[in-house]
Design a protein around this ligand. Structure first.
Ligand SMILES: Cc1cc2nc3c(=O)[nH]c(=O)nc-3n(C[C@H](O)[C@H](O)[C@H](O)COP(=O)(O)O)c2cc1C
Length: 188
């Protein structure tokens, strides 16, 4: 098949055998099976696993390929606990041996830094799940407080801190989703 690679500067076409590295039905089952995990074992996430998750984030798409982001790997549980107490739904951070903060650099892609960093978070989330690492996207926190702890500036956007760790206990039951009928319109 033909693969198109675009950057703002040049546009090349290269040939590739196939992009079907994963069977579509298996991939869909993988997506459906992912759950937010809020209880974690105490043991640290291995360096190899952390690197894989960061690498997955690094390969997220971004507007004009600007990659306006930074990742902060937080292994300090006291810091995670402090931040968890600033949000009503911050509990997973209190239980987690690892947090990965995703920071958008507003000035590097002013129109798209939120979308760009959101895509990073999804890549990381799926990589973690593939590694049997539990994780939860945390939005519930005092961002200004957390930014202060990480010495971030006014043009830094703290999207989330992903709470992570090896799964403790059972994987929660599937969460509900709206039906496709409810959320899809067809334009003919
Ligand atoms: C933008 C966003 C913010 C979220 N914030 C929190 C949070 O602060 N605390 C929490 O426990 N879960 C949080 N979640 C996780 C959602 O509650 C969870 O994804 C949703 O209930 C669906 O469950 P599932 O991920 O297991 O499919 C957040 C998820 C997203 C996408």
């Amino acid at each position: 098949m033909i693969l198109e690679i675009r950057t703002p500067i040049f546009y090349v076409i290269v040939k590739n055998e196939s992009n079907n590295m994963i069977k579509p039905d298996e991939f869909l089952a993988f997506l459906k099976g992912r759950r937010s995990i809020r209880n974690f074992q105490d043991n640290p996430v291995t360096e190899d696993h952390i690197q894989m998750i960061l690498e997955a984030g690094r390969w997220a798409p971004s507007g004009s390929n600007r990659q306006p982001w930074e990742f902060i790997v937080v292994k300090n549980r006291d810091i995670l606990k402090k931040i968890s107490k600033t949000g009503v739904y911050g509990l997973p951070l209190r239980n987690a041996p690892l947090g990965i903060a995703i920071v958008g650099k507003k000035l590097e892609n002013p129109n798209w830094y939120i979308q760009d960093t959101s895509l990073v978070s999804m890549n990381m989330m799926l990589m973690a799940w593939a590694l049997n690492i539990g994780m939860c996207w945390i939005g519930s926190m005092d961002r200004e407080y957390a930014k202060g702890l990480f010495h971030l500036g006014k043009d830094d956007f703290l999207l989330t801190i992903l709470a992570m760790g090896y799964i403790k206990g059972n994987i929660p039951k599937p969460t509900l989703r709206k039906s496709l009928d409810e959320i899809t319109k067809i334009v003919k």
